[in-house]
Write a protein that binds this ligand. Structure first.
Ligand SMILES: Cc1ncc(COP(=O)(O)O)c(C=O)c1O
Length: 360
């Protein structure tokens, strides 16, 4: 739960390296998986099957709706693969549908495709022109989203709980409208669970707490236990759209990264880990209630402070004075992404520091 600076001082990590270190730092299962794998095989390229990649793919498909997995190295790349899959699926059907509907405040990454799916002016403007064909729907209006999905649409892409945009759970009726609209026109429903997946919201996948099942889920962050990996999970009927040679990644499915991921997934998917995440998440929510308006699910929590408070100054003060790590997703919004192994004592330590700082 702690990081140590050059002087040996401990910092309570309630941010998990931006949602990556969900099992804390240097979890023994991950350390030994990396040690073991790095003695046997470090890289082959994806021209060859390797056991850790195959095992990880089997485990991800066993635990989800998906039947196929594409491995890459980051969240943005997992989303690139999903975007390309959706367009290739339409192409394969002889359809001219190329549009992808995304939600306002979405964040899908910083490569050109993923950035084009990220309708935030400050992030997009320096890099225009972007990839064509992305349309933005309001995050909370089912009817408007349905109206944007037409015969020209090949996918709807949604973070079920938006992260970088300020921690907003997308309402169920919007998710249901997206599912129905996709079914109607034969478009893919893509859930970006790069941040909200893998136990973060208290279930292994965030979609498991919604009324819908997507066609594609993208993962990264917590998957590798700290090593870089991304994964695009795909339902059987769409997997054939990416023919060999359409897409690839030299490092994708790297044996060490997939061995670490297999260990991380094994720990995260334990019922007791998920139950703890829900329980400690509820406790954190209850402790934060008096500080401002709360959003989120499980251990993915946004706290909207009164406008008098400068969230970034508070983040810095928590770091410098209280040795607690959190971050800000907006001028007045604090974000908490504690490791899933956090206890109520860690929550108390955070809340005491926060109370002192807000008071001062
Ligand atoms: C929901 C979501 N999608 C995609 C990304 C991009 O992931 P990466 O930074 O690994 O490319 C992020 C990163 O914060 C994210 O939160």
């Amino acid at each position: 739960m702690h990081l140590f600076d050059a002087d040996g001082d401990a910092y309570l990590d309630m941010l998990s390296g931006l949602g990556v270190n969900s099992l804390g730092h240097c979890h023994p299962s991950i350390v030994s998986a990396i040690e073991r794998q790095s003695r046997g095989l470090i890289h082959t390229s994806n021209l060859y099957w390797t056991q850790p990649a195959e095992r990880l793919a089997r485990e991800l498909t066993r635990q989800s709706f998906a039947d196929s997995v594409f491995f890459c190295n980051s969240g943005a790349e997992a989303n690139e693969a999903a975007i390309k899959l959706a367009r290739a699926h339409a192409f394969g059907r002889g359809s001219r549908s190329r549009e992808i509907v995304v939600l306002e405040r979405a964040f899908h990454g910083r490569t050109m495709g993923a950035l084009s799916a990220t309708p935030q002016e400050d992030k997009q403007a320096p890099f225009a022109p972007l990839v064509h064909g992305f349309k933005t729907a309001p995050h909370d209006d089912a009817a408007q989203l349905s109206a944007l999905v037409t015969g020209d649409t090949c996918a709807v892409m949604i973070e079920p709980v938006q992260g970088e945009g300020g921690v907003f759970a997308v309402p169920d009726d919007v998710l249901v409208a997206a599912r129905e609209a996709c079914n109607e026109v034969g478009a893919l429903l893509i859930f970006d669970e790069v941040q909200c997946g893998l136990g973060r919201t208290g279930s292994l996948f965030a979609y498991q707490q919604t009324p819908v099942v997507p066609d594609v889920v993208t993962l990264a962050k917590a998957l590798g236990g700290g090593l870089p990996i991304g994964a695009t999970l795909i339902a059987e009927q769409f997997a054939g759209a990416l023919q060999p040679g359409f897409h690839g990644s030299t490092f994708g499915g790297n044996p060490v990264a997939t061995a670490a991921a297999l260990a991380a997934l094994g720990e995260i998917s334990k019922p007791e880990t998920l139950a703890d995440a829900r329980e400690v998440g509820d406790y954190l929510m209850s402790r934060l209630e008096s500080f401002g308006q709360l959003r989120g699910r499980g251990l993915m929590i946004g706290l909207e402070l009164d406008e008098d408070y400068d969230a970034r100054a508070i983040v810095n003060a928590l770091l410098d004075k209280h040795r607690v790590l959190v971050n800000a997703t907006g001028p007045h919004t604090l974000r908490f992404l504690p490791p899933l192994i956090a206890t109520t004592d860690h929550v108390d330590e955070l809340c005491l520091a926060l109370a002192r700082e807000l008071e001062s």
